[in-house]
Structure formats: structure tokens, C-alpha cells
Write a protein that binds this ligand. Sequence first.
Ligand SMILES: Cc1cc2nc3c(=O)[nH]c(=O)nc-3n(C[C@H](O)[C@H](O)[C@H](O)COP(=O)(O)O)c2cc1C
Length: 348
Amino acid sequence: MPSSIYTHYPWTSRPLIANAPMAGFAGSRLATAVTIAGGLGFIGAAVDMGILSTQLEEATSVLAGSHISTTGPTLPIGVGFLIFAAKVEDAAAVVAHHRPATILLSCPPEPQDFAFWIKAMHAASPESRIWIQIAGVAAAVEVAQLCSPDVLVLQAADAGGHGGSPGAGLVSLVPETRDALDTAGFPNIPILGAGGISEGRGVAAALACGAEGVLLGTVFLASREVDLSSKEYQQAVLEAADGGISTVRATIFDELLGKSIWPAGYDGRALANSSYNDYLDGVGIEELRRRHADAVTGLDKGFGGERRAAIWAGSGVGLLKEVKAAGDIVRELREGCKVALDRAYSRL
Ligand SMILES: Cc1cc2nc3c(=O)[nH]c(=O)nc-3n(C[C@H](O)[C@H](O)[C@H](O)COP(=O)(O)O)c2cc1C
């Protein structure tokens, strides 16, 4: 049995709900709302560690005025780093200063980069827990052997945003990985499930598959506290239905601004839009970039109208119907999970 993760997060309620560290979307407002509701709130970082530092300062001051204790060795907030994009020394300096409860690492060019980063993060803040997000069974075992993280977040193919590709759905990925980790001698590394979870029934499925908790991104795109550059982004998320059809995984979204900065082996799930449809119709990349550049100069920044800008979202998008407070989303996920498990049990 995995060791309990709850001892490190005394303010949290079960099951553990975390918002994904979505760079540019998950800032201090979202992260503090999730933590205050008894989850683990994450702030996402991309390249600019100055922005992350400012957000951590804001989060510290919001939590100081809440019922959440900030007197422990770490700040009750997580931070996420995209390893391929961030500089480890810059990230370590922010971590050393703010001491987040958790550091989530994802998207390295090579798996070995995790080991290097973990060493630097441990040195910067020994009390912070290290989570690694990964998308495959063998990759999870490799990471466990390389650097034994405190938690593995298993990212299923339904996930919104970027991830390792190809991948599997949560109901096969989580249990197979649990078994593989147990067999390889890592029964104490807890797993969290991610990808395609939008409400309590999905949380219940993840727990039934062996996850200790869940990490969700797309559902918080329909929160009041998410940072969005355009209201049309959220509108598109709410309007989308039938997520397996209305969203697609592709690399073309990363090519629209110029040559993709993403390492090999990653793609991203987003709403199928005009750029994607044109790409399928054989429109060349230069013309796609020209049409995209035209569209993003509009008031809607390319997220409205014929939608040429990437709207990252997972296949659970069809279950989102309205914008809610992030704290309510967290509470509904927890309660909905219990109801779903009770109902499932009553069917036995
Ligand atoms: C808009 C958006 C942005 C994301 N940005 C990041 C990121 O910066 N770093 C990261 O590790 N994961 C990122 N992700 C992926 C999440 O960590 C997570 O795997 C995913 O959201 C889970 O699937 P779900 O969206 O179906 O809940 C992002 C996801 C979305 C939807």
C-alpha cells in the first residue's frame, strides 16, 4: 500500500483534489481558492520566474488572511515547472525563497532530466514534496527507478494541454502502472490520476483504479479564478460538447506561432478549430501561420469567430456547463465522488 500523502498536506480533505499547474492559466487566485477549499492549489510556471515569484507572494498574502495555517515549513501551495522550458537555477531560486509544499515536474526532453531537477529542488527546499507527471507505464517505472519521486501523477490521453504521446485512458493507465510499480519494488509511491476528469464520477473512477487522488486542469478553465486572456476562451470551453470529438491531440497547434518549442514525444489536446481543420485539408504551414496571425489581431485574440488560436482543453470538456467558483468545484468533486462510489456499491 502506498504511504499516505495526507500527512504532508494537513489542511486537505479526502480525496485529494489538485488543480493542474497550467502555465498562464493557474495563478495565485486559482491556487489559493483550491487550497482554501481543502485541495492542493498549484501555480504553473513557464519561462519567466519573475511572474511565478510575484504570484507566490500574492498567494502567501491571501493565505495569511485565510483559515489555512502558513506557519509550517512550507507554503500550502504547489508550483509546476515545465522542465524543457524553465532554467533549473532560476526555478531553484524561487523555490528556495518561497518553499512551496509541492513541486510538480513535467515534460523533460529526456527522462534523466528529472533526476537532475529533483536534486536541485531538494537542495533548494528539502521539505517540499516532489511530484512527477508522466504518461506511460514503463516511463513511470523508469522515473521511479531514476529518482523515486514522492508522488507520480499519471496523465491519461484524455488530458487537456500538453502531454507525452501516444498514451492510454485513465482506467487502463492507472491500474497497470500501480501493478508495475508494486512489482518493481515501489509500492510506497502514491499515484494521482489526471486526464478527462470533470466531475465526481471521474474522481471515483480514478480512486477505484488505485489512485490516491486526482489532478485536474480542464475543469478549472470553467472557474471564476482562472487567468484567461480572453472571455471567448472560456465561452468556447463551455460550448464544447462530445469531448472525444470536439477536442483532438495534435502538434499543429504548437506550429502556428512559428517552429514548435516542444521536445519530441509531446503533443497537446485542444478544441478542434479552423487551424486544425485547414491543416487536415492540406493547407501549408506558412498559410496556416498567416491566417492565425491575422486572426489573433482581432478583439477576441483568435479565440472567437472562426477560432484559429489554440484552446487547450481535455476530453472532459463536454461535462462543463457553467462557470463556478473554484472552491465550489473542489467541494463538488469531493462530494460527487462519494455519491458516485455509494451508487456504484449499491449496484453490486
Ligand atoms: C489549459 C491547460 C494548460 C496546461 N498547462 C500545463 C502546464 O503548464 N504544465 C503542466 O505540467 N501541465 C499542463 N497542463 C496539463 C495538466 O497538467 C493535466 O495533465 C491535465 O490538465 C489533466 O487533464 P484534464 O485537463 O482533462 O483535467 C495543462 C492543461 C490545460 C488544460
